[in-house]
Each structure stands twice: as structure tokens, then as C-alpha cells.
Design a protein around this ligand. Structure first.
Ligand SMILES: *[C@@H]1O[C@H](CO)[C@@H](O)[C@H](O)[C@H]1NC(C)=O
Length: 207
């Protein structure tokens, strides 16, 4: 009797350990991002997803034109040649090649998140050992995870670059839709995940 109880206890312990991720859990990002940088000609230092940041900045500075800023982001990005320091650990992990830990996200929605992150002079800060939702457009979520103990400050545009690489490597076309999901690692102890927001039920169409 005792040995059976012990065996069950050991099996449960092993199951618990296996199901506990070694890197910060990306399924439910807990921490809040801090944004620090220039937005629409204003110095901004706020917390939230990049969508929250634009909305809060607009409230603080009504002259900010969000659409123009996002267009400018794309133009500035296209005219600059690899402006950010990149120490990407290629290739990343594609969702469909690692057993579908996530659902794939709409590529167009991911790109909208990227366009917002491509502010030329902006840093995205995350706490150590956590995952943070950086962007969520429609049902497409971009998550930044830190594997280090101390907070990290990363150019927001670099996060967008990594999502671009996930799209490049991991795009699939099930049932004629274009979706992507995956994880891209930096050698400096952080990584980016692009996936569908894990909303419950079919009615959940927005983050
Ligand atoms: C941003 O705000 C936080 C909290 O108020 C503060 O600790 C931090 O020093 C600020 N960063 C900059 C660069 O001003």
C-alpha cells in the first residue's frame, strides 16, 4: 500500500516537473511592458502593450497622428539598412515543426503589430524571468520573454524584426488562410513568440 502511494507521488512529481517550462511561460504573459521613446514628436514613458502606448500617448498629446506615425515607421524602416544590433540565434522554432504548442496567428494582424513597434527611437523594457505581451492586434499576439534575472531594454523595432523572421520561416496556409507562429531567440537571453491570442471559445475574436 505504501509503495503504491509513494509511486503515485513520484509519478505526480515527475509530471509536475515535465509540465513546468524551464523558460518563462509564454502561454500567459504576466508582466507589463514599459515603453520609453519618441512617439509623434513626444517623449513617452508608459506601460502596456504597444497598442496601449499609442492610445495613452494620444490622450496625453492630442496632436499625435497615430496613422501618420505608423506610416512613417514603415518608411523609416524601409529606407534604413539594418539599423539595429541583431544577435539572432537562427533558425528559430516554428510552431508546426515543434508539435503546435500554440495556435497560429493571422499574418496581416502580426504585421500591423510590427508596424507599430517599428518606431525608430524607442525601447521596450521587460522585467527579468518573465514573458510580456508586447502587442496584440485582433487575435495576433507578440510576446517578449526574458530569460535573465535583470530587466532588459530592447529596441522595439528589433522585436518587430524577429516577428518578421518568424513570418518568413513559419508561415503556413491551412484552409487558404495565411498564418504563422513561432519563437525566435536572441543570444543575449531573450526571445520573441508570435502566436494566436489564446482566447476562449469561438466567439473570442479579439485580444
Ligand atoms: C520612466 O518612468 C519610470 C517610472 O516612473 C522611471 O522609473 C524611469 O526612470 C523613467 N525612464 C526614463 C528614461 O525617464
Amino acid at each position: 500500500m505504501h509503495s503504491i502511494t509513494l509511486a503515485i507521488w513520484v509519478i505526480n512529481l515527475i509530471r509536475f516537473c515535465i509540465s513546468t517550462p524551464l523558460v518563462p511561460d509564454v502561454s500567459e504573459p504576466k508582466a507589463t511592458m514599459r515603453f520609453c521613446g519618441m512617439l509623434g514628436g513626444h517623449k513617452v514613458n508608459l506601460t502596456g502593450t504597444i497598442e496601449d502606448i499609442y492610445a495613452q500617448a494620444k490622450l496625453l498629446h492630442p496632436d499625435i497622428d497615430i496613422e501618420s506615425q505608423i506610416l512613417l515607421n514603415a518608411e523609416t524602416y524601409e529606407s534604413s539598412e539594418s539599423n539595429t544590433k541583431r544577435t539572432e540565434n537562427k533558425p528559430g522554432l516554428c510552431n508546426h515543426l515543434i508539435g503546435h504548442p500554440w495556435n497560429a496567428a493571422d499574418v496581416n494582424q502580426l504585421k500591423q503589430g510590427m508596424d507599430q513597434l517599428r518606431l525608430p527611437d524607442a525601447k521596450c523594457e521587460v522585467k527579468g524571468q518573465t514573458c510580456t505581451e508586447v502587442s496584440c492586434v485582433g487575435m495576433a499576439e507578440i510576446v517578449l520573454c526574458s530569460e535573465k534575472d535583470d530587466p532588459m531594454t530592447i529596441p522595439c523595432s528589433t522585436i518587430a524584426d524577429y516577428v518578421g523572421d518568424i513570418i518568413e520561416q513559419c508561415t503556413v496556409h491551412p484552409n487558404g488562410v495565411t498564418v504563422a507562429s513561432g519563437q525566435m531567440f536572441d543570444t543575449d537571453g531573450w526571445n520573441v513568440v508570435a502566436k494566436r491570442f489564446p482566447g476562449k471559445g469561438r466567439k473570442h475574436q479579439k485580444c
